[in-house]
Design a protein around this ligand. Structure first.
Ligand SMILES: NC(=O)c1ccc[n+]([C@@H]2O[C@H](COP(=O)([O-])OP(=O)(O)OC[C@H]3O[C@@H](n4cnc5c(N)ncnc54)[C@H](O)[C@@H]3O)[C@@H](O)[C@H]2O)c1
Length: 424
């Protein structure tokens, strides 16, 4: 049975290590963070993912998975380190570079080197292959080098790692085949072979497709506000066309994938990507658009109390990375005229720079509740409680998730042409 060395033990690398170990491979997981290494060697994990603690505990106990601070000799290397963006919106591939450089002293002829991190197009050919060449090996012959992007949904990672279709792009057809065979040992979904640059672009285009389509929905919101149309009704009706799927508008696009990956394409083909760049601008403009509506709604109250509901970049998670809801909150809490409080049952105080309030304290004597994330708690908001506790029971729902009611006033982001300033 082959030995696999997985470099980077985060949301992707750790479950990947666990499923290969579970399938019988000898796996060594590598991370530069000593705490991560120590906790894994004790059979514990540092990330939240349903089902993962049990699998990790078992494979560590059985000696199939262990962790180390440095890479070691193996048959297959899998790189799953972060690829964030710099301030200037260019990709930071330094972690990938240093991970591959750390592998170099151990890699030998016949090995497979797979990068799972999301990377800009041509990274395998222009960054990874030259490092291997410098080490004295022929990257097109001696080592099978491939990119295999990840598309798992947090919360369902263990199932999706096995069931999803995988795209494996080698820098040669032989590399694609060898790397794809590694996945075929554990993946039940289809494993498709292609070229490295095609695999790189396909991953980036998946997220860019979603970003651009959300931008279209957000543009529809702004058009609808001007023309007196209900964008939510337009979307519902247009989507009854069998080949139309207008996405959901919202307060912006966040997270470390959708709000980041399009820039990897823009960086490499700036002149050729005006649509992608415009989509990014539209989505980035949404927090400000939402803030402007909050100001409009509260314009006639001297010191309005506003309760923001939800700070994460999507519903039912605790992740505030690149969250537009958080941007809105950070901006509005500083507003001199507004008394802004925030409530999010999924977020902890240490994740944010302002205090968090319970539902009851947030809505007490509030003039306006602004829903910024579609958590289940907000899909079943207790309208009676809002009516009882708020000074003026008005909700501005930017996620179109609060149930319909005649009991209180609810404005939805896609239907704001009739929006009236709240009167005390
Ligand atoms: N999390 C997701 O849902 C998801 C989905 C698709 C793609 N991706 C991509 O997968 C990659 C990894 O993402 P993640 O969410 O697992 O990241 P993460 O931040 O959860 O984990 C990355 C780990 O790599 C470690 N690390 C950094 N540099 C290292 C090095 N040189 N050597 C060894 N370890 C190193 C860090 O300490 C960290 O534990 C990124 O490119 C991301 O864009 C993530």
């Amino acid at each position: 049975m082959k030995k696999i060395c997985v470099v980077g033990l985060g949301y992707i690398g750790l479950p990947t290590s666990a499923i290969f170990a579970q399938a019988g491979f000898e796996v060594v997981g590598v991370d530069v963070n000593k705490k991560v290494v120590d906790s894994l060697n004790e059979g514990n994990i540092h990330i939240e993912e349903p089902g993962l603690p049990e699998v990790v505990e078992k494979v560590v106990r059985e000696g199939k998975l262990r962790a180390s601070i440095t890479p070691e000799e193996a048959d297959v290397y899998i790189v799953a380190v972060p690829t964030p963006i710099h301030e200037d919106l260019t990709a930071n591939v330094d972690y990938v570079k240093s991970a591959v450089e750390a592998i170099v002293p151990h890699i030998k002829e016949g090995n497979v080197l797979i990068v799972e991190s999301t990377i800009p197009p041509r990274t395998m050919d222009d960054l990874v292959a030259p490092i291997i060449k410098e080490a004295g090996l022929d990257p097109y012959k001696d080592v099978a080098i491939a990119h295999c992007p990840e598309r798992v949904l947090p919360g369902h990672i263990l199932r999706e790692l096995i069931e999803n279709t995988r795209i494996v792009g080698g820098i040669t057809p032989e590399a694609s085949k060898k790397a794809a065979d590694v996945y075929r040992a554990v993946v039940k979904g289809e494993v498709m072979e292609t070229e490295a640059v095609t695999a790189e672009m396909s991953k980036l285009m998946e997220n860019t497709y979603r970003d651009v389509n959300i931008a279209l929905a957000n543009e529809l919101v702004k058009i609808s506000a001007k023309l007196g149309v209900n964008a939510h009704s337009v979307i519902e009706l247009a989507n009854r066309h069998p080949r139309v799927n207008i996405h959901l508008p919202g307060p912006g696009v966040g997270g470390h994938c959708l709000a980041v990956d399009p820039y990897f394409i823009v960086e490499k083909a700036t002149e050729e990507s005006p649509l992608i760049q415009t989509a990014r601008k539209i989505n980035n403009s949404m927090p400000h658009f939402v803030e402007a509506q909050v100001e409009r709604l509260t314009a006639e109250i001297e010191n309005p109390k506003i309760a923001l509901f939800g700070l994460t970049y999507k519903g039912n998670i605790d992740d505030v990375r690149e969250s537009p809801a958080l941007d809105i909150a950070e901006s509005l809490v500083k507003h001199p005229r507004l008394n802004v409080v925030a409530h999010d049952p999924h977020v902890r105080e240490e994740q944010v720079s302002f205090p968090l309030y319970s539902f009851e304290d947030a809505v007490a004597d509030a003039h306006l509740v602004v829903v910024l994330a579609d958590h289940n708690e907000f899909k079943s908001l207790e309208i009676d409680q809002l009516k009882k506790r708020m000074k003026t029971p008005v909700v501005f729902d930017t996620k179109n998730c609060v149930p319909e009611t005649n009991e209180i006033t609810i404005y939805r982001l896609g239907d704001i042409s009739q929006l009236k300033a709240i009167q005390e």
